[in-house]
Structure formats: structure tokens, C-alpha cells
Design a binder for this molecule. Sequence first.
Ligand code: PEP
Ligand code: MN
Length: 265
Amino acid sequence: MELVKKYNKNLKIGDFSLENNLLIIAGPCSIESEEQMVKVAEKLIKLNIKFIRAYPYKPRTSPYSFQGIGEEGFKIILKLKSIYNIKIVSEIINLSDLDFYLKHVDIIQVGARNMQNFELLKALGKINKPILLKRGFGNTIDEWLNACEYILKNGNDQVILCERGIKTFETMTRNTLDISSIPIVKKLTKLPIIVDPSHASGRSDLVKPLSLAAIAAGSDGIMVEIHPNPDQSVSDKEQAISLDEFESLINDLRKLAPIVNKHFD
Ligand code: PEP
Ligand code: MN
């Protein structure tokens, strides 16, 4: 694993530079409607947050859970991009959608369940686009970095890692946030790493404390699930925080950032 040790000083996402800048990504678990996404986008813009989660497809553990609105979501992404100056983060499920993602998505996510989908990783290694590689909930850090190496080895050096919790025997939380992976990844690699406290805990009341802990431990950012009406969220409603709760989290992060030498506009 040589390539994860190389620093990519060119990792920029459009006009956003990761260097000392916290990468904050927020949005609902899944795209439900244009109205929902517009409410979220307007809040993000008000808070000067540059990246929105916009997920048309949802890989779910159960085939009976909501699977996402599918291609309808692509239209909503295009609409958002036409109205707002906001960057899109979205998960790719199927390589047949790659064209759309290349043209309209700013960071392509590989979700936990696809972390070892090696053909997907190889294909994403051949494109010129930042990839957010989530840690599989049953995978070691070593396996995660090897998955990353697949992307790097194929030529794409724009990888951001995302710790999203792993399975443990604890049942109070959906997963257990492996906070130690942050300094370990920092030690073993030169790659940026962010934390997803929402899927890590599955609990809205833990999103703020885990976000603060992640940044304090050296995380380069966070990805959080937010919703205009968390109670009505069609997927992962237990972990969605409201737009006001998100604002309060951002206010706290702005106070914390300078203490850990991170810039946050
Ligand atoms: C997600 O970010 O929408 C998601 C499903 O997360 P994960 O792949 O980490 O479970
Ligand atoms: Mn979710």
C-alpha cells in the first residue's frame, strides 16, 4: 500500500480547497422531493455550507426498505444546480449512471456496502472526480485502505475517506464510531478523512457530540443527515437532525475549528 501515503496537494473540489478547510456535507438520507431539497439547500446556503447530500438511490440492508426515488432524483439534482451555487455529493450504485455523475456530481460516494466492490473501485479509479470512500461496517482499517488503493492505483488520486462506524456488540447505537481510525488513518496515509456521525450512531441526539469529537480528534470534516421534518423522513429518521439543530452544530464547530487549526468560513 504505497499510494495512500502520497500527499495529493491538488485535491480541490471545484473552487473548494481541503487544505485546512473543514469539509462539511449535509442533507437528507435520500432525496424525497424537490420541496424537501430546496428547503435543505436554502439552509445550507444561509450557513455558508458548500456541499449537499443528494441521493437518488439508497442501498438498503432490507429489500423492503425505501430504495430511493431513482432517476426522478437526477432531475432534482439538475434543478438544484440550476438554482443554487452548491456542490452535489451523491452515491453511485450502478456504473451505467457514471455519465450523469461525471457531469453533475462534485463528489461521488462509494457507500459502506460497496467498499469492496472492486470492479466499481477500478472504474472510479479511471475517472477524474473526487471519490468519498466510506468504510465498510465490517471492515478493518487495513481493508479500507486497500480498497482505497484500488482507486489510487488505477489513476484517480482524489480520494477522501469517511469513517461511518463499525459493527460491535453494543446495541445502544446502530454502529460504533471508531474514533481511533482518524489518527490511525492520519498516521498511515496522507489522505483526508471525514466522519459520518449519523450512520455511525443511528441517533439524532448523538450527532452533535460525535461531530465535535471527530473534529477534535483530527477529522477533516463531517457528513451529517439533516431533514426539514426529521419525523417525516422516509429513511433513517431516527438519526436525522432538524435544520435548526444543524445550525447549532455548525455554530459549535466554528468555535472548535480554530482550536484544532482548521479553517472554517
Ligand atoms: C449513506 O451515506 O447514505 C449511507 C447509506 O451510508 P453507509 O454507506 O455508510 O451506510
Ligand atoms: Mn441514511
